[in-house]
Design a protein around this ligand. Structure first.
Ligand code: DC
Length: 202
């Protein structure tokens, strides 16, 4: 039996945390689709062509430990606007979504393009200042030397680019349940997401 939970939203809204916790709770597999774009974007920083990098991507590439930097995030957002890059990554994501035993995917276009028939669609947002504070804490906690202003600027630039692109822009699916986590703790956000999924499961 397959059951797909599609989670979309802007950068650092809490999608990843909610997706991991839902996957743990229901025993589903989890795919952070941002990693596909980050791994592709990172290769272009070495001079590799973006389309070739996406076509040659392997599961090993997703395990690289330097994918979380703001530089790689920007590169990911830039190459994510190239239709051929997105095309190269579709089959892998769709196969993952339909695997037996259930799957949670988080990204920007999961409910709209990758899994339009997902059993559950969530669109998770938070104000940009809250998102910047959360991402800043995460990055500095991992030893990155970044200012809050730089993190905010990075998020705003990426959100603008990700929302404005012609192919698979960031936007909620018509049937997505929207969750604004600005004033929620992580546990409250997870509880709200769990509640939505349980209702859909009947
Ligand atoms: O979720 P993230 O911050 O790791 O994603 C990095 C970039 O990858 C993001 O700015 C846009 C792109 N992306 C995308 O276009 N589609 C997805 N499904 C996931 C990420």
């Amino acid at each position: 039996m397959s059951f797909t939970i599609a989670i979309d939203g802007p950068a650092a809204a809490g999608k990843g945390t909610v997706a991991r916790r839902l996957a743990d709770h229901f025993g589903f597999a989890h795919l952070d689709t941002g990693l596909l774009y980050r791994a592709t974007g990172r290769r272009t920083l070495d001079g590799t062509d973006a389309i070739e990098a996406a076509q040659a991507l392997t599961a090993e590439d997703l395990k690289a430990d330097n994918l979380r930097t703001p530089e790689v995030a920007q590169a990911a957002s830039r190459i994510a606007a190239v239709p051929e890059v997105r095309q190269a990554l579709i089959d892998f994501q769709r196969a993952f979504a339909r695997r037996a035993g259930g799957a949670v995917l988080d990204g920007r276009d999961i409910g709209t393009v990758i899994c339009p028939d997902a059993e559950v669609k969530l669109f998770i947002t938070a104000s940009d200042t809250v998102r910047a504070q959360r991402r800043h804490a995460e990055l500095t906690g991992n030893g990155h030397d970044v200012t809050l202003e730089d993190v905010l600027e990075d998020l705003r630039q990426r959100d603008a680019r990700d929302s404005a692109r012609a192919t698979a822009p960031l936007k909620p699916a018509d049937d997505a349940v929207q969750l604004d986590t600005s004033l929620m703790s992580i546990d409250q956000a997870i509880e709200a997401a769990l509640d939505t999924v349980r209702k859909r499961m009947g």
